[in-house]
Design a protein around this ligand. Structure first.
Ligand code: PLP
Length: 426
């Protein structure tokens, strides 16, 4: 990790050209890398030597961007994936197998809810969803002897619950398991979960990191801090020989990078959700301006949250930057410079009014997205979270009339003017 500030890391970390090499990150759009020597290739396969041989396992463009993201989060190493979904899947599956159990925040992105509640269940991994705002004593009851991880979002999508990271890390560690934090909404510009005890960070880089809605991607970052050997019986995949890698024991061979090396060498090799180098190149360009964009997103969102909060047709605004918000204090602790550009709110007129409002917007578009430069809106109950029943929606903090507004980086007065005219129709 370098000592530079995050603005400098976003520009300078990752690709380090030597003299005469391209200043900008090259796109190594090649599936394979050639060798003259049979033995050397063999050593690469045995993880005895570092080097590139096939892009599904490693690629220089992807690696440079992964190194930048690891630096931004303050981790030892990172791996890019072809989507945020893949990142969440690999992050959990890297330390869980059939018969295991995980704990996950109920206020979570709908795709993650499905992944853990439905798909991983079919693979024999059970999940208990918890309300992260409960006290530690209550939450401790969710742990079982076969629990292997706790997963939560630093700011949840779309309920905007801000996680008490220290509390969750304490709970997870008291039960000998790592805390995995999805830091997509906050980004490392506003929150660095490792500084508060999280062990693994995941991202949908599709969102603010890219920032222009031009690539789908994900990342897993390893803090290197979790002591897998201290709980060796819980994590045999890391602490006992891997038969698929000629008996390598990841903790013994790779120390602090055991978890991320296993994810790359074993899961990515076998499951293959690798990003295209072209996408990683675009992600890198997005990362260079991340701090500037995040600042503008947060500035605009603050003004708009205040505007909506004072509007007679608006029943409730969820935004941790508002002094009355349930998460105002916790956000001040973990994200003192701002949270994100996403706001959710309810109109007094409920579901019908929400639909009229959304259909009347001119500048803001209806899009299944958040966190890019353009302002957009979505109705979670009929879009991202439509697979949930009413009870599940309630637990995820989503009412039928809730609107999610992803505030872009246009001029704030133009966005407010658009909201104003749409509210008149609501
Ligand atoms: N995590 C969070 C917090 C998200 O908001 C999303 C998508 O919206 C994901 C993960 C999944 O990411 P992707 O769409 O890149 O697969």
């Amino acid at each position: 990790m370098s000592d530079y500030r995050i603005e400098t890391k976003c520009i300078q970390s990752g690709w380090k050209p030597k003299t005469g090499e391209p200043r900008m990150l090259p796109i190594y759009q090649s599936t394979t890398f050639q060798y003259d020597d049979t033995e050397q290739m063999g050593r690469l396969f045995d993880l005895e030597e570092e080097g590139y041989f096939y892009t599904r396992l490693q690629n220089p463009t992807n690696d440079a961007v992964a190194a930048k993201i690891a630096d931004l989060e303050g981790g030892v190493a990172a791996m890019l994936t072809s989507s945020g979904q893949a990142a969440n899947y690999y992050a959990v599956f890297n330390i869980c197998e059939a018969g295991d159990h995980v704990i996950c925040a109920s206020a979570i992105y709908g795709g993650t809810f499905n992944l853990l509640g439905v798909t991983l269940k079919k693979q024999g991994i059970e999940c208990t969803f918890i309300d992260v705002d409960e006290d530690e004593e209550t939450l401790a009851k969710a742990f079982r002897p076969n629990t292997k991880a706790v997963l939560a979002e630093s700011i949840s999508n779309p309920a905007l619950v801000v996680l008490d990271i220290e509390k969750m890390a304490r709970l997870a560690h008291a039960h000998g398991v790592p805390l995995i934090v999805d830091n997509t909404f906050a980004t490392p510009v506003n929150c660095r979960p490792f500084e508060w005890g999280a062990d693994i960070v995941v991202h949908s880089t599709t969102k603010y990191m890219d920032g222009h809605a031009i690539q789908v991607g994900g990342a897993i970052v390893d803090s290197g801090n979790f002591d897998w050997e201290a709980h060796a019986d819980k994590f045999p995949g890391l602490t006992t020989p891997d038969e698929s890698y000629h008996g390598i024991t990841y903790t013994k061979r790779f120390g602090k990078a055991a978890y991320i090396t296993k994810a790359t060498a074993q899961l990515m090799r076998d499951l293959g959700s690798v990003p295209s180098p072209m996408n990683s190149f675009m992600l890198n360009a997005g990362l260079e301006t991340l701090p500037l964009r995040v600042e503008r997103h947060c500035y605009n969102a603050q003004k708009i949250a205040e505007y909506l909060n004072a509007h007679e047709k608006v029943a409730k605004v969820n935004f941790a930057g508002l002094p009355g918000d349930k998460y105002y204090e916790v956000a001040k602790k973990y994200m003192p410079n701002g949270t994100c550009g996403v706001i959710s709110f309810e109109l007094c007129g409920g579901r019908d009014s929400a639909v009229r409002f959304m259909d009347s917007l001119k500048l803001a578009s209806i899009a299944t997205h958040v966190a890019d430069a353009k302002t957009c809106v979505l109705h979670p109950a009929s879009h991202t979270h439509r697979q949930m029943n009413d009870q599940q929606l309630k637990e995820a903090g989503i009412s039928p009339g809730l609107i999610r507004l992803s505030v872009g980086i246009e001029h704030v007065d133009d966005i407010i003017a658009d909201l104003e005219q749409a509210l008149e129709q609501a």
